[in-house]
Design a protein around this ligand. Structure first.
Ligand SMILES: [Fe+2]
Length: 154
């Protein structure tokens, strides 16, 4: 009877341990990035450029939730309010990640507008993956943000 109890106990421990091992295989940084509101100001077709101002740098990589793989040639589309808190075409950009999935985007610190913390909008797309619409929230006084965008495979 005691042996049976031990075997059952082992079976329970294994059943609990195996799924958590499977989940723990990729680094936790490769959980898919949470989506955020698109808002009313997105426009497709922004010029390809990596600089739309000065004072805030967003740097990181685009990755796949599948194995944390870097996604070269992923497309980032940025839009944000200008320092006066108004959306304008001068603060829109499209950029494409390098061979390691990396990007650097330099812009002005967005101005505040009522009811929202300071934020940049971004849409990230890559072949074989669901597109991601999200926002980056620099903290007050922060002029450099590290941010990896993790896309879910289709
Ligand atoms: Fe916004």
């Amino acid at each position: 009877m005691r042996t049976r109890h031990v075997v059952l106990h082992l079976a329970v421990v294994l059943a609990l341990a195996i799924p958590s091992f499977a989940v723990a295989q990729g680094p936790s940084t490769c959980a898919p990035t949470a989506p955020d509101m698109l808002g009313p100001f997105y426009k497709a077709g922004a010029p390809e450029r990596s600089k739309t101002g000065d004072g805030l740098t967003v740097k990181g990589a685009v990755r796949s939730a599948r194995g944390c793989a870097a996604l070269p040639r992923a497309k980032l589309e940025w839009w944000a309010a200008n320092p006066g808190g108004e959306y304008d075409d001068a603060h829109r950009a499209t950029q494409v990640t390098d061979g390691q999935g990396g990007f650097v985007y330099v812009t002005d610190v967005p101005g505040r507008y009522p009811g929202r913390p300071v934020h940049l909008h971004v849409k990230v797309t890559a072949p074989g993956h669901k597109s991601l619409v999200t926002q980056v929230y620099p903290k007050p006084g922060q002029n450099s943000v590290l941010f990896d965008f993790v896309l879910q495979p289709e």
